[in-house]
Design a protein around this ligand. Structure first.
Ligand code: GLN
Length: 487
């Protein structure tokens, strides 16, 4: 039987593996061959772990032969290079960690290993997850499989591009202000940022600890639910992990939307939004209405325009504290060619960090400094509370809110890289969600001039099931998620 392995979803591959029509070794070999062919074009992977993958695949085949029915057993995955993998280099796409090999696994990796994952490699990203295009990687630039002259989004651009191109069946990313959803939207795949505290951050290299979450990037909503089943849950090693019961996320996947109340916040259809994006998202919401949901088109979250300013105070502040650990002494890059300790520290950070990382550290250090703390950091925290309250109030009336994932389709490589403010604006629709700590998913919702458009579905805390259900119903009624880039 000839099977188009690279286009198998997790649930399709799982069926074939269980019925012994396909082995994990065969599947892994096919994927590795695709990686070999596609990498020179898309550049999604910092490290390819082909030997490990084949070993894991063999083990998975043995597990399956012995009756293992875990849906992730033997399925190839790619892991964003910000998630610690024991014995596998974890660079954060930074010169600072270019040769860092973690002595331990992140909790999500332990969980995936327990499921019998096959790791294909570690994916490229914006350095320390700071960026929206993967152009800030200190190693190389990743290209969008839909148009190689465009960015895949960021910072999980390598993960999203790899899923879209077919170099993996699924991937993990991390999202601090949109880094799973925005690249998912730009590459036409599904990406979920879980509720803050839903997935353990233990072993996730910290960028902004009060905003960071790990989540899945997949080819469809069913796969997204399957990966959530594997990675969600309380972890005593992460003090912000929440001991909330973990449901079976596949149980909510029905196409019945009657009784669901959807709100459309007008502030997200911002000035400057691309016409094709607005048209596609409005059409998608109409579709949800046809499927039985009731839609209120006139919701207002008036603090939305403040989210960008709040984010760019809080995230850099936390980053400046988190990145203080890279001093050339404990681990990572170390500048040795000097006699002075201070000189070594300065040069380590001067050469180890790229421009965007330095910009964030300076912004954060300034915002936290004695004379400015009240004016910037404290004020930002107060507005954060207001934003969170607005979401709480909206969720008294609506089960979910719907917005575009990004105001534009993927932009050209080089177009915004020298204009940090323009780059920051590409996250206006995703940042408020991290500020509020609520969950949101991006799913394929159309194309503008052949380029992907993502729809964002936002839910109340720990209501991943509701947003997955809406996403699933929409997906089943449309064909966007089935389109694949021709590369
Ligand atoms: N693009 C945003 C930033 O640069 C968000 C990044 C992220 O979610 N990791 O901070």
């Amino acid at each position: 039987m000839i099977i188009n392995h690279n286009r198998l979803t997790i649930h399709e591959a799982h069926k074939l593996l269980r019925s012994k029509q396909l082995s994990s070794v065969e599947l892994t070999k096919t994927i590795l061959e695709l990686v070999r062919q596609l990498e020179p074009k898309v550049h999604t992977l910092v490290t390819i772990t082909d030997e490990l993958a084949l070993k894991q695949a063999q083990k998975a085949d043995e597990r399956i032969a012995a009756g293992d029915t875990n849906p992730l057993t033997g399925i190839p995955a790619i892991i964003k290079d910000v998630i610690c993998t024991k014995g596998i280099r974890t660079t954060c796409s930074s010169r600072m960690l270019e040769n860092f090999v973690p002595p331990y696994d992140a909790t999500v990796m332990e969980k995936l290993n327990d499921c019998g994952v096959v790791v294909i490699g570690k994916s490229n990203m914006d350095e320390f997850a700071m960026g929206s295009s993967t152009e800030n990687s200190a190693l190389f630039i990743t290209h969008n499989p839909w148009d190689l002259s465009r960015v895949p989004g960021g910072s999980s651009g390598g993960s999203a591009a790899a899923v879209s191109a077919g170099e993996t069946i699924y991937a993990l990313g991390s999202d601090t202000g949109g880094s799973i959803r925005q690249p998912a939207g730009f590459c036409s795949v599904t990406g979920l940022k879980p509720t803050y505290g839903r997935v353990s951050r233990y072993g996730l290299v910290a960028f902004a600890s009060s905003l960071d979450q790990i989540g899945p990037l997949t080819q469809d909503v069913t796969d997204c639910a399957l990966v959530m089943n594997a990675i969600a849950g309380y972890d005593s090693r992460d003090s912000t992990s929440v001991p909330h019961p973990t449901p079976d996320y596949t149980q909510c996947l029905t196409t019945e939307l009657k009784g669901l109340r959807i709100g459309v916040p007008r502030e997200y259809f911002v000035e400057g939004i691309q016409k094709e994006v607005e048209t596609a998202i409005r059409a998608a919401i109409n579709k949800l209405q046809e499927l039985g949901a009731s839609v209120d088109w006139e919701v207002s979250l008036p603090n939305t325009p403040n989210a960008l300013a709040v984010y760019y105070i809080i995230a850099p502040s936390e980053a400046s504290a988190n990145l203080a650990r890279y001093d050339g002494v404990k681990y990572g890059f170390s500048y040795q060619d000097t006699d002075s300790m201070w000189d070594a520290l300065e040069k380590t950070r001067q050469y180890g960090f790229g421009d965007e990382v330095k910009r964030r550290i300076m912004l954060g250090t300034y915002a936290l400094s004695a004379g400015y703390y009240d004016a910037y950091y404290l004020k930002a925290q107060k507005v954060r509370t207001l934003i969170r309250r607005e979401f709480d109030q909206a969720f008294d009336k609506y089960d979910a809110l719907i917005t575009p994932t990004s105001p534009s389709v993927p932009f050209k490589i080089g177009e915004k890289v020298d204009d940090p403010l323009q780059m920051y604006l590409s996250d206006v629709c995703t940042l408020p969600i991290n500020i509020a700590g609520v969950p949101a998913i991006s799913i394929p919702a159309g194309f503008g001039d052949g380029l992907p458009i993502g729809m964002q579905i936002i839910g109340k805390p720990f209501s991943e099931e509701t947003i997955l259900k809406i996403a699933y119903a929409y997906e089943q009624a449309t064909e966007w998620h089935k389109r694949r880039p021709k590369i």
